[in-house]
Design a protein around this ligand. Structure first.
Ligand code: ATP
Length: 582
């Protein structure tokens, strides 16, 4: 496939404000990709491999500027001036290429495969001489590109290709193009255990549905963790479970998946990021204590006071700098313990289709509590008094509440799913509006008076995980410290887009549109029916959506991606819970 076909489709995707049009252009692009499909899906994501493989371009603005200057004969200052004017390196490269186009420069046919291979070469070049090497590779791409091509290639390299198509959108389009809806669940499950969109795309294109069915947990490949629904009381949980359930402490820490295969141990976050280096103690202790051929365990890492054994709230160690948790220095000061609550694989065998009780037994047989690893405290019961006592004890022991787990034969491990097999219950849920929500910033309104120079309010959305749209839900203007408030212009500067992104659904017109990426935890007073917001539009009442009244910022959740924010379905559930409490 010629890269120019990709560029022309990307231009259309960028221009549309309609979500369905976006997915239909994407679908036609994928259908035509042929042997280049795998490489194409990575490029559309602005990547070369799934995130957990850690392939980075390692390219600075300065390097691109130098390269542009070297091919065009311009001075670095001239390129910088153009960049300053455009605010986008892709546009700058495209303009420069346009001016050069009188000269016949092409000596390679710019195919998707050629671009992908060159970009991989660029990413892999490291060590001494790598800057020169990278400048040369970029210059080669520049020479062989049309102006539109180099615009997108540059944005890919700089991590600025914001098309609004997440993995889940691509997955839907792939099902549509190469398979049928009846397999959608199987394909999603496979993806949740092996979240590599390029790998799944190839299998689908080849029509290997049998191979897709076989995909399960694989040691050293992060899986999407199982999530819990919420209910408002122990009684409701008992009713929903219909029989005895296993009540586990809900630890307030950091979701941790630990994988081991042979000599290699890896830890991944809930966001599928490899964080092994942030858990040196846990990794060393695991290596010293256990000897499996392979294993995958799921749990929560929590800081604790080694003198008293008391658990600390996670905020104590979750101060972040950059993208990684700064746990390395902290872990010696404040040690972490991993509370294990599930096991997905052991010595080459997948356990995910076993019922919970069997998995739990395997867990207990293989892990005796020590300083770094403990199996989650639990109670199997159906007695309300006993369960309430257990809940109170969990709070006393520094936990947030309990997670009830279904113990029926159907209680398999469902990667990536939020369902009723697990139900969480926190003390907050007894309040009218049960829980805080993690919402995504989609726009901002200019500040006035004391807030001049920054944004006075933010337009916040929930994530609809069925349509992949961000639906506006509230206008947030309180709970900001001055520090946070005046950090907004810088925080958003890179995410401002000139029109409503296609995956955003709202009737409001903020002063600026912000590409959905930043997640904030918000506490509100009440969820109400709204004529202006589009969250759950038409679900509760015809032509109306839901809105959050009196929203207040709790904190910025930089550990969550936009797709991990509170879903519209969860908000509908919260609305129903609130109605019952009233
Ligand atoms: P919250 O903000 O309430 O923690 P969340 O969106 O991070 O919610 P949920 O699935 O809604 O995630 O709540 C379950 C979370 O609780 C898990 O992701 C996990 O990190 C944590 N947790 C603590 N203890 C347990 C446990 N015993 N079993 C399952 N999850 C647990």
């Amino acid at each position: 496939m010629l890269f120019s076909e990709v560029s022309s489709k990307l231009m259309k995707m960028e221009a549309t404000t309609k979500r369905l049009e976006l997915t239909s252009i994407l679908g036609s692009l994928l259908e035509d990709a042929g042997d280049d499909l795998k490489e194409l899906v990575y490029l559309i994501q602005g990547k070369l491999a799934p995130d957990y493989e850690g392939v980075q371009f390692g390219v600075s603005v300065k390097l691109i500027v130098k390269s542009l200057a070297s091919v065009s004969g311009l001075r670095d200052e001239d390129v910088n001036r153009l960049f300053y004017k455009n605010g986008d390196l892709g546009t700058t490269a495209s303009e420069i290429r346009e001016k050069m186009s009188q000269r016949p420069l092409f000596n390679e046919e710019l195919t998707v495969h050629y671009v992908y291979t060159k970009l991989l070469e660029l990413a892999k070049s490291s060590g001494s001489g790598s800057v020169k090497g990278k400048i040369g590779i970029y210059a080669d791409l520049m020479v062989n590109s049309h102006p539109d091509d180099i615009r997108y290639i540059t944005r890919i390299i700089m991590g600025k290709l914001r098309l609004g198509v997440a993995d889940s959108t691509i997955l839907d389009s792939l099902v549509h193009a190469f398979s049928s809806k009846e397999y959608a669940d199987i394909i999603e499950t496979a993806y949740n255990f092996h979240p590599d969109i390029g790998f799944i795309a190839t299998l689908l294109q080849k029509g290997h549905i049998e191979n897709i069915k076989k995909i399960g947990p694989e040691p050293l490949i992060p899986f999407k963790v199982m999530l819990a629904e919420r209910l408002r009381s122990i009684d409701e949980i008992r009713e929903k479970m219909g029989h005895q359930a296993s009540y586990e402490y809900k630890y307030d820490g950091l979701r941790t998946e630990l994988h081991q295969k042979g000599e290699t141990i890896k830890i991944f976050s809930r966001g599928l990021e490899e964080t092994t280096e942030n858990f040196p103690d846990i990794v060393n202790n695991f290596r010293k204590t256990y000897s499996f051929d392979s294993i995958i365990i799921d749990g929560e890492s929590v800081p604790y006071n080694p003198d008293t054994g008391e658990l600390f709230p996670f905020q104590m160690v979750s101060k972040r700098r950059g993208r990684k948790y700064q746990l390395v220095e902290k872990s010696t000061e404040i040690p972490l313990v991993m509370f294990i609550f599930d096991i997905l694989e052991l010595n080459g065998k997948s356990l995910v289709n076993m019922p919970y009780q069997e998995r739990r037994k395997i867990l207990e047989d293989n892990f005796k509590d020590n300083e770094y690893f403990r199996v989650a405290t639990r109670l199997v019961s159906d007695d309300p008094r006993e369960i309430n006592k257990f809940f109170e004890k969990s709070i006393e022991d520094g936990c947030e509440g309990v997670v009830a787990k279904n113990i029926s034969p159907e209680s398999v491990y469902r990667a990536g799913a939020r369902g009723w097999l697990w139900i969480k219950f926190k003390r907050d849920y007894q309040k009218e509006l049960a829980d805080s929500m993690d919402l995504v910033v989609i726009g901002a309104f200019n500040g006035h008076g004391r807030r001049a120079g920054t944004y006075g309010a933010l337009l916040m959305a929930s994530y609809n995980d069925e349509t992949h749209a961000y639906e506006s839900f509230t206008k947030l203007g309180t709970g900001f410290s001055d520090e946070v408030l005046f950090s907004f212009p810088k925080m958003f500067s890179d995410l401002i887009v000139d029109h409503k992104p296609a995956m955003v659904e709202t009737k409001m017109e903020p002063d600026i549109w912000i590409y959905p990426q930043i997640v904030m935890e918000i506490q509100g007073a009440e969820i109400t029916i709204s004529p202006v917001h589009t969250c759950a539009l038409g679900v509760i009442e015809k032509d109306s959506g839901l809105a959050l009244r009196f929203p207040r910022l709790v904190k910025i959740r930089d550990d969550k991606t936009a797709e991990e924010s509170t879903t519209t379905n969860e908000i509908i559930e919260l609305y129903k819970m609130q109605k019952k409490t009233k």
